[in-house]
Design a protein around this ligand. Sequence first.
Ligand code: UDP
Length: 151
Amino acid sequence: MSEERTFIAVKPDGVQRGLVSDIIGRFERRGYKLVGLKLVQATKELLAQHYAEHVNKPFYPKMAQFMSSGPIVAMCWEGKNVVKQGRVMLGATNPADSAPGTIRGDFGIDLGRNVCHGSDSVESANREIALWFKPEELINWESNQAKWIYE
Ligand code: UDP
């Protein structure tokens, strides 16, 4: 069993559209373990750290405005290959390129309203989890389902 963790967020558009339970449910039903969950009103400072690689790009101001426009559901999920599999579940960055069955492919149309975020590497996951969660907000617990999910 793997203790790999990823940072998954439902962006303000996903919260406004009532997609929170569906997105949580997909990770739960897949078999991943929820170890952190909270509603966050993101500040511009937090977003600038989270999107450090994008802060100087032309699309950033509008994106930061949107990302701070309402609550975000911040989550930490744990399990085998959860970083890579989380990205597969989200779909391509642009919903127009996302396959049906993925979150963005099922719920999104425009790039700037792509509903969710997921860490793109184990290294980014560790950085993002530390940015969005205090250590005591992440709960280590044993799932009774593990033996029915992992061989
Ligand atoms: N984005 C945008 N306009 C662009 C490029 C990106 O609004 O021209 C947003 C988009 O919502 C994306 C986020 O910026 O999810 C971060 O971009 P990245 O390339 O890191 O994609 P992700 O890791 O979210 O799939």
